[in-house]
Design a protein around this ligand. Structure first.
Ligand SMILES: Nc1nc2c(ncn2[C@@H]2O[C@H](COP(=O)(O)OP(=O)(O)OP(=O)(O)O)[C@@H](O)[C@H]2O)c(=O)[nH]1
Ligand SMILES: [Mg+2]
Length: 377
């Protein structure tokens, strides 16, 4: 008989998302004792770890506890939010010691392949590398870089690396907060290079720029049209532009594209005060240029630290974070307010029918929200 029994732990807010059903077994003679023993064992391993256990696990570099700690901050359950914040508060003094690198580019630019090559190189140099992702499509399609693990095969097997697919958005803050908090946990666990990948299609590159020290844009060869079509905005965010896949027959074209980007970059507002963003060529297949990217990042860190720009940016990011959390929280509270939820569809129709102005609908909704009342109007 099929029952709807669930495991000891499943997200109470999304119980239907539990991924399997459990079938009752047929008890064989003499099995009772061993089943009891097994149940006790299961209980021991499936118990949720305490904040203290996670804290100690993360600090000692225990990968299992690190993954659990990130799962906790990614949880959409309300009771986990407070536990996660308690953990983060304790870990905060141990975070911040890494170089945070953002990598963006159009789909197919080779971001994942670059991370595989770059990350593997850094591990061979004795670094510990954590790879996180902001996937703007994940909250819609459920996709993530999980599939990319196959493209980061070597890196995902490297004991010095840790790859975490992108979280899905939830109610207590979106993907933004979760990625940022996952980054702090990885730092506390001893990862000294954090790589954050995002597809450059919209707002995600602005979000990523706000949480990293160094931001790079991966582009493909293609002069003229493609370059003209590239949004100036995204180029102005980049500390380096990497003309990727500079190998084989593509190499001379890549050199040419590099020159063209350099010409444009020269006229743009620098992304970081005192740093001239430049274009470089690189191939993740032949590894040519991979080392150079790391030297550029080190140079950037050195000059930025000396000029105080590096620490200034981090402080500014911490401050801005408060505001993005406030807006996340306000957004969530407003749209989940029972009266707002109830009245909004009606107001939408009235506004569309030209019976009410949008501004007056918003005013009524805000009055309802601020009064805390759940009644209809
Ligand atoms: N020739 C050449 N091909 C490359 C290089 N890097 C990546 N590729 C190829 O480009 C394709 C896309 O690479 P990905 O790493 O998946 O690109 P991505 O930017 O992560 O793509 P999305 O995750 O879909 O946004 C793959 O077929 C790679 O084999 C390179 O350095 N040289
Ligand atoms: Mg990818």
């Amino acid at each position: 008989m099929v029952t709807d029994m669930k495991p000891e732990w499943s997200d109470p807010n999304e119980p239907e998302k539990f991924s399997s059903i459990i079938r009752k077994g047929q008890e064989q003679e003499g099995q009772a004792a061993s089943i009891q023993k097994n149940i006790r064992f299961q209980k021991r391993i499936s118990r949720e770890p305490s904040v203290e256990e996670l804290y100690n696990g993360v600090l000692s570099g225990n990968r299992g506890q690190l993954a659990r700690a990130i799962t906790l901050v990614e949880s959409n359950a309300e009771q986990h939010f407070h536990k996660a914040q308690e953990l983060l508060q304790k870990l905060l003094p141990h975070s911040g010691k890494s170089i945070r690198i953002g990598i963006t580019g159009v789909p197919g630019a080779g971001k994942s392949t670059f991370i595989e090559a770059f990350g593997t190189y850094l591990c061979s140099m004795g670094h510990r590398v954590a790879v996180l992702a902001i996937d703007p499509s994940s909250s819609i399609s459920g996709g993530s870089i999980l599939g990319d693990k196959t493209r980061m095969e070597q890196l995902s097997r490297n004991p010095r690396a840790f790859i975490r697919p992108s979280p899905t958005a939830g109610k207590l803050g979106g993907v933004h907060r979760k990625t940022r908090e996952a980054m702090l946990i990885c730092e506390a666990s001893g990862f000294d290079v954090i790589l954050i990948e995002t597809v450059g299609v919209g707002q995600s590159e602005v979000i990523i720029r706000d949480m990293v020290d160094f931001f790079m844009l991966l582009v493909l060869t293609g002069a003229g049209d493609e370059l003209q079509g590239m949004k100036k905005g995204i180029m102005e965010l980049a500390d380096a532009i990497i003309v990727h896949k500079a190998d084989g027959a593509n190499k001379p074209k890549a050199e040419q594209t590099k020159k063209e980007y350099n010409r444009i970059l020269h006229f743009l507002q620098p992304a970081t005060k005192g740093w001239q963003s430049k274009a470089y060529t690189c191939s993740s297949i032949t590894q040519e240029g991979v080392k150079e990217v790391w030297s550029v990042i080190n140079k950037f860190k050195e000059t930025g630290k000396a000029a105080g720009v590096f620490d200034e940016r981090r402080k500014g990011q911490q401050r801005d974070w408060i505001y993005s959390l406030i807006s996340d929280q306000l957004h969530y509270s407003f749209f989940h307010h029972p009266a707002v939820k109830r009245m909004l569809p009606q107001f939408e129709n009235e506004v569309m029918a030209g019976e009410k102005t949008a501004a007056s609908a918003v005013e009524i909704l805000f009055n309802l929200f601020l009064s805390g009342k759940n009644n209809n109007c």
